[in-house]
Design a protein around this ligand. Structure first.
Ligand SMILES: [Zn+2]
Length: 410
């Protein structure tokens, strides 16, 4: 009898140990499920047959976003003549065709529209108005956002500012820098663009408007420390993941950033900017890459001036520019890092075809290596090679793009 009792007691003990072990395993699984990246979906899957829970596996690939920045889109009168077709419309397809595959490779591409879309009559320097097609065909080529605050914003007064905004709005194109009035400003500044799960804030300021004040009630974002701090704080309030500040600044034709630009860039980072990309000098200025861990930002790319995207300027350093491209990745902890970055130097070919000017923006390296393909000879080939050499010497610590133009264009 005692023997049976002991056997029974031992069995009970073993059962107790098994139950406790099972409970421990269950507890471990529950706790573990809270910390694994796929929100415990796998645990639900274990029981899904019984519970009939339909499990959709969440993406384990981190969010990525490719950002691209294009410099100053200029429109001198010979360019307007070059784009005019016999029927009176304007076409820029041939101007953009060689860079279009590269532009299309970005998730979010931002360009500075330096020239107001003030309608006809179209004018060049010094007070510009350019055909809408110059902007809309760039949008078709893959530019997603346009900057509108620069020293030519007020060239055509109220009409130029209003019409530029209306044309972009009518095509559903996001823009930043100028506003119809304070209500428009409060509703749309800073610009937040949502793409691939990222909320990117784009801020744009200009050092001045060539002595022409913004007509009432229009607002042009001016390079001003109070405005910058206010807008960056507002971007954070609006839950921006990443803040790009794009100032129109610097001294024309200076190939190096000045003290004021460096001071402003530093200030923008102190206020919470993540990246600073500038324009205006008509020439390329250096790109710096810094670790600013003390500010909670791992890497800061500052491109002081991207140069002209397209223009009629032909002097050394002004006949081309650079595009900056970088990849943002949000890791499983939600931290956004720059994982890849590059610049693409391009050169603007100006030729004549059947008595008409033509402007082609060419990827510089590919053109240097394939002069025959682009039909480049003599002085053009010399200017292209010089621009490429000058630019590579200036942007020495930043990787050049390895984009395959051969298969993209042919
Ligand atoms: Zn400018």
């Amino acid at each position: 009898m005692f023997g049976n009792f002991f056997t029974f007691a031992i069995l009970i003990d073993i059962l107790k140990v098994l139950i406790i072990k099972f409970m421990k395993i269950l507890l471990f699984l529950l706790i573990y499920s809270l910390f694994v990246p796929n929100d415990g979906a796998w645990l639900l899957q274990l029981f899904s047959e019984k519970s009939q829970v339909k499990v959709v596996q969440s993406e384990s690939v981190p969010d990525t976003l490719t950002l691209m920045f294009i410099g100053d889109v200029m429109s001198h009168s010979p360019q307007v003549d070059a784009a005019r077709l016999q029927d009176g419309t304007y076409d820029y397809a041939s101007c953009y065709q060689f860079l279009a595959p590269y532009i299309a490779s970005a998730d979010l591409c931002i360009a500075n529209m330096e020239v107001p879309l003030a309608g006809s009559p179209y004018t060049g320097y010094p007070q510009f108005s350019c055909p809408d097609a110059m902007m809309s065909q760039l949008f078709d080529a893959g530019v997603d956002v346009f900057l509108t605050a620069n020293n030519h914003t007020c060239d055509k007064g109220a009409k130029g500012i209003r019409r530029t905004i209306h044309v972009m709005d009518s095509l559903g194109i996001p823009h930043v820098g100028t506003y119809l009035d304070s209500t428009d400003f409060n509703q749309r500044n800073p610009l937040i663009v949502e793409k691939n799960g990222f909320r990117i804030a784009v801020l744009n300021y200009t050092y001045g408007t060539n002595g022409i004040p913004a007509p009432n009630p229009f607002i042009v974002n001016m390079l001003d420390s109070t405005e910058i701090a206010r807008d960056i704080a507002r971007a954070r309030e609006l839950k921006a993941d990443y803040i790009v500040v794009m100032p129109h600044w610097g001294i024309e034709y200076e190939r190096k950033q000045n003290k004021e630009q460096k001071g402003y860039a530093n200030y923008m980072y102190e206020c919470g900017a993540d990246m600073v990309i500038g324009g205006h000098p008509h020439v390329v200025q250096p790109i710096t890459l810094e670790n600013r861990n003390e500010l909670g930002v791992a890497q800061c790319i500052t491109a002081y001036s991207l140069g002209n995207f397209v223009s009629n300027q032909r002097k050394r350093y002004t006949d081309g520019g650079i595009i900056v491209k970088c990849q943002l990745v949000r890791d499983t902890n939600g931290v956004i890092q720059i994982t890849d970055y590059e610049y693409l130097p391009y050169w603007v070919y100006k030729g004549t075809c059947q008595g008409k000017y033509q402007y082609h923006i060419l990827p510089a390296k590919h053109a240097v290596e394939n002069c025959a393909y682009y039909d480049l000879h003599g002085a053009d080939s010399v200017a292209l090679n010089l621009f490429y050499k000058d630019t590579k010497a200036l942007i020495d610590s930043f990787p050049e793009s390895k984009f395959d133009f051969t298969s993209a264009i042919r």
